[in-house]
Ligand binder design. Structure first.
Ligand code: GDP
Length: 195
């Protein structure tokens, strides 16, 4: 998809703030610093629409980016900051749980992991969480440009195995530097939009 229009419509904390309408939504989940904002920006050809490197302690919001009047990317605050208090973690958990369990427009969650390293315990928990609520999910393994091509397949296999991914779930290799995988991800999203 060639994107010309993309805008941040709202940063929501509560359900009443989610945008009205019926456009399909894809939520982005991933560890802080994994490359989530860079992923969104690459997908929509922007340098810095989605803010990069969000710091802990900032207000945790669901950011709804409207793309071409045809879909939303919903940026979920990153997880896995050691310094975040238990109370903050609970707030984060409630917010994402509410969104995931109630939002009819949600077509799939894109779980971003780092291709360089095996997924972390927090990544596994996120994947399990999505499975538990039966939310369709797509795993994107980013920062592929940091790994030699010859090792891509084995790193993908490690990611799949560490997450104990279900066979029918897709994992797509990606790089926000080179654009590797971008067409594949768009194709996957388009397929899910009509469902
Ligand atoms: P976020 O916290 O998950 O939104 O992560 P960011 O998008 O801010 O990325 C964190 C850091 O990783 C930044 O320094 C990015 O430039 C870098 N980064 C993100 N994606 C890639 C990628 O595909 N390749 C490389 N080489 N660096 C990346």
């Amino acid at each position: 998809m060639k994107v010309n229009e993309a805008e941040l419509v709202i940063s929501a904390v509560r359900q009443e703030q989610y945008p009205d309408g019926h456009l399909p939504e894809f939520a982005l989940a991933g560890r802080s610093n994994v490359g989530k904002s860079s992923f969104i920006n690459k997908m929509i050809n922007r340098k810095a629409l989605a803010r990069t490197s969000s710091k802990p302690g900032k207000t945790q919001t669901l950011n709804f980016y409207k793309i071409e009047n045809s879909l939303y990317f919903v940026d979920v605050p990153g997880y896995g900051f050691a310094k975040v208090s238990k109370k903050e973690r609970e707030k984060w958990g409630n917010m994402i749980e509410t969104y995931i369990t109630t939002r009819k427009q949600l077509k799939a969650v894109i779980l971003i992991v780092d291709l360089r390293h095996p997924p972390t315990k927090a990544d596994r928990m996120m994947y399990d969480f999505l499975k538990y609520y039966k939310v369709p999910c797509l795993v994107v393994a980013t920062k592929a440009d940091k790994i030699p091509k010859g090792k891509w397949a084995s790193h993908l296999k490690t990611a799949r195995e560490t997450l104990e991914m279900e066979k029918e779930d897709e994992i797509i290799l990606f790089s926000s530097e080179t654009g590797e995988g971008k067409d594949k991800v768009w194709a996957s999203l388009m397929k899910r939009m009509d469902r």
